[in-house]
Design a protein. Sequence first.
Length: 342
Amino acid sequence: MRSARSLAIGLYVAVSVLQFHVPAQAKQKPHAKPQRTHIVQGTAQLAGENGKFDVTYTLDKNSPLNFTLLSASYSPSRLVIGNICTFPRVDQKMLVINFTVQNPQHTDFNYDWSAIKFTVLDPDGTSYDRSADVGKAGTHIRAGVSLKPGQKFAAYTGFVVPEGAKIVKLIADRGNPPVLRVNLAGHIKPLTAPFADPADPTGATCLSNIPAKAGVYYPSGDLDVRYDSAAFVDGPLGYVHADQGNRLYVATYTIRNMIPSSVGYQPGLVELTLQTSDGEKETPMTVLKTIRNEQLGEQLSPGDEYTARAVFQLPQNVTGKSLTFGEGNYGKKYTVDVSAAH
């Protein structure tokens, strides 16, 4: 029999041989965590085309309508389409686009303002939807026509935008792809003097207070307004008289109704502010009729003109320096030099 020592030595050798021939298990890599997909709904740009001026594009493959952008321009004035007048306020301007639509279908197509949704954008991505109705080119007639197959129709519309906005893109959308995007940067006809801010070389910025000349009509709200003259007068003028130490100063101006409905012309319809030689600002005591020394109160039919007299009172040693005028507190404002009035 083997001794206990010999048995122990043999067992040690066998275990060592087994350890030598059994490879160590490879270290398993940890399972990678599944990556979650980040989804934000409603942020993908709608399928469409990048368009150009004077090129025809088809909008809405389901109910197609051909569209061609002809021109774009900034304006300080109103758009009158049908019975609706859309005008820029004191701190705004208009962007007007001219375009054509054509029916590419084999059946008649009823075209009106709702056929295409128009939106314009500035460089910051601020959007402005169409403000005015859609009119037939060269008229004030509201667009509404049944287009025969192949028939083309010329139209225009407008957007009220901030006075300093620089519009760079037009989007035309029929509700189904493709959507048309037209680059407007550098292609919009600029404003001109006296409306354009001379500090903006692009001609995109409209002045809030526009320099005016005597005898010239200027657009303001629903009206065109013209400054005619100013002078000191001997009073009284009917029931209007100057306080002791003062004298009456009369600014004469004319308005023209530019909308297709009557306008009630009362004192205050045209807002006037007289800047005086001593730095004060004066508002009229009253507004009188053209010749009669009676308070103004008239109805102006479409296209009618009316001349009125705004009466101020000033101290004996004070004269007028400038007169600012415009419809209400919302229409475009104009300032004329009246320092020559005596």
